[in-house]
Write a protein that binds this ligand. Sequence first.
Ligand SMILES: [Zn+2]
Length: 366
Amino acid sequence: MDTLTQPDTLDREQTLRQQYYRDRLPEMRLLEKLIHKGGDAFRVEVLTEVLDGKAPEGGLALPVYSLELGSADKDAPVLLLSGGVHGIERIGTQLLLAQLGTLISRLKWDEGLNHSLTKMRLVMIPLVNPVGMARGLRSNGQGVDLMRNAPVDALAPRPWLVSGHRYSRWLPWYRGRKGDPMEAEAEALCELVSRQIEHAPFTLALDCHSGFGMRDRVWFPYANDLRMMEHAAELHAMVRLFEKAHPNHPYLFEPQFHHYRTHGDLWDYLYSEHLERAGQVFLPLTLEMGSWLWVKKNLRQLTSYKGLFNPLVPHRQKRTLRRHHLLLEFMINAVRSWQNWLPLEQERQRHHRNAERRWLEEEKQG
Ligand SMILES: [Zn+2]
C-alpha cells in the first residue's frame, strides 16, 4: 500500500475536504448529502474533477456531478437542469438543490411523479463550476467564462468585452485562448448534454443563472445572432401552454439577442451541433433570475459583489427558491406529455409566424 491510500491520509483528506466545503462551498456539501439520501433513485456520475490549486495543502480536486433519475430508455424525452456555470451566481445551484430535496421526498409518496419518471428522464448538473463558486468568481479557476468558451462566434457582438474577448484571463468574460480545447467544466457539460439528447425525441433544458434586471427572464437561442431559432414554433407552443396554465407568471420569455450578442455561448453551440437530427427537438432555455429585485429591497446588497447576484436575506432567498417551483413543475409535465402539445404542420407554421411577430419584428423595428 502506498502512502497516499493509507487510512490516516484518507482521513486527513476527508477532514480537509469537509472543512473546505463548510467554509467555501456549502452547496457541494448539501449536494453530496442529497446524493446519499437519494440512494438508488439516482444514477450518479462524476463528469470530471477540477482542481482548486488555491485550496490548502497543495489543492483539492472538486467533482462535477450529474444525477439522472427516471427512465433509462435512450428514446425517452429528457429534462436537463443545470446551474452554477457562473460561480458567483450561487442562487441557481441553490434553486436546483432545493428542487432536488423536494423530489427526493416526493419520490416516496407521489404516484404521479413516479409515473411521469417511467416515461421520461430527469438529468441534473447542479454545480457546473465548483472552483468558481468556492472562490466567488464568475469564471472558472482558470479565469475563463464558461458561457463564452464554446467554439462559436457572434456575428455582431455587443457590448464590447461582455460579448466575450481573448485579451486576458484577468478581465471578466474571457473566452480562453483561440484554438485551445474547451475548459474541462464546459467540455463535461457539453459531452453530457450531447449524450443525453442523442436519441431523445424531445429535450428541454434549463440553465439557471442570476444577474442584473428587475424581471425573471427565460432566454432561448440565439445569443450570437439576431435570428429566430429553428424550433421557434415548438418553443412558442410551449410558452403559450405555460402562459395559459399560469396567466400571472412572473417571467419574460425572450431570445437572448434582445439583450446582448455573445461569442461562445454553450447553448448556442449545443443547439447548432444537434440541429441536423431530423424529427428530434431540443429546446435549451436559460433562466436569468432578476437580482435587482433583491437589490432594490436591500441596498446593503450594493456593497457586496456576491449580493448583486444572490439574495442576502434568508426569507428572500426562500421566496426566490419557492417562486420558480411552478416553472420546474411545468417543465416536468411538458416533457412527460410532449407528444400532446408539440405542434405539427399547419399548427407549426402558425406558431412560427407568431414567434417571429412576438420576438423578431419588434427587434428589427427597434
Ligand atoms: Zn450567469
